[in-house]
Design a protein around this ligand. Structure first.
Ligand SMILES: CC(C)(COP(=O)(O)OP(=O)(O)OC[C@H]1O[C@@H](n2cnc3c(N)ncnc32)[C@H](O)[C@@H]1OP(=O)(O)O)[C@@H](O)C(=O)NCCC(=O)NCCS
Length: 172
């Protein structure tokens, strides 16, 4: 993949049709807290009410078309030193290194954009090997297993915890 074709930018209402292509796919939402989007109206409201006002959510774009998202959600109050990372990509784009490029792009700007944040963390389902690999390739440290941590789509799941600190070396 030519990384110059990949960009991160805020969502726009006009992304709705591209958004539905991936957010309307059960394979993409399987490990996300999101439900699979069932209609264009639902997607449009979500872009307007959740994606656009979000503190740090970007559309992953291929030639400026939305093919996924990367989000960083900072904690508040005394926990504002940390933020949670999430991402997903259209199935047609899997396996080309795009999520890793997008996470590295997010790392390159997040500590400047959110200056209180010194720790970025991500929790990947124990069965989500592709996501764990993305985090490893992007330079995250595997900290351990959070056993029976979260109820997700009908089951209590084990999650693998990863972190990247503002002082960590940026991956090649
Ligand atoms: C996770 C996801 C974002 C990965 O996107 P991607 O662009 O395909 O990721 P990359 O190509 O950058 O890297 C994927 C890596 O996982 C590896 N991988 C994929 N499936 C795997 C599996 N079942 N077992 C082990 N490794 C696997 C790939 O080989 C690749 O590693 P490599 O470069 O060393 O060969 C994508 O699968 C997705 O959107 N999944 C659904 C949403 C999701 O799970 N989000 C994360 C929630 S924590």
């Amino acid at each position: 993949m030519d990384s110059s074709r990949i960009s991160l930018r805020p969502f726009k209402l006009s992304d709705v049709d591209d958004f539905m292509e991936w957010a309307g796919d059960d394979q993409v939402t399987r490990f996300l807290r999101w439900k699979t989007f069932a209609s264009r109206d639902e997607a449009s409201n979500f872009i307007k009410d959740v994606c656009i006002p979000h503190p740090w959510r970007r559309s992953i774009c291929l030639d400026d078309h939305s093919i996924g998202f990367v989000s960083i959600f900072p904690a508040s109050g005394d926990d504002r030193c940390r933020a949670d990372l999430g991402y997903a990509l259209a199935v047609k784009c899997w396996g080309q290194g795009i999520a890793t490029i997008a996470v590295k792009m997010a790392l390159a700007s997040v500590f400047k954009d959110l200056p209180d944040v010194v720790r970025l963390q991500a929790k990947a389902d124990v069965d989500n090997k592709a996501s764990q690999r993305v985090l490893e390739k992007a330079g995250f440290l595997k900290e351990g297993m959070l056993r029976k941590y979260s109820f997700h789509k009908g089951q209590i799941r084990d999650l693998v915890l990863y972190s990247f600190l503002a002082t960590d070396s940026f991956p090649n």
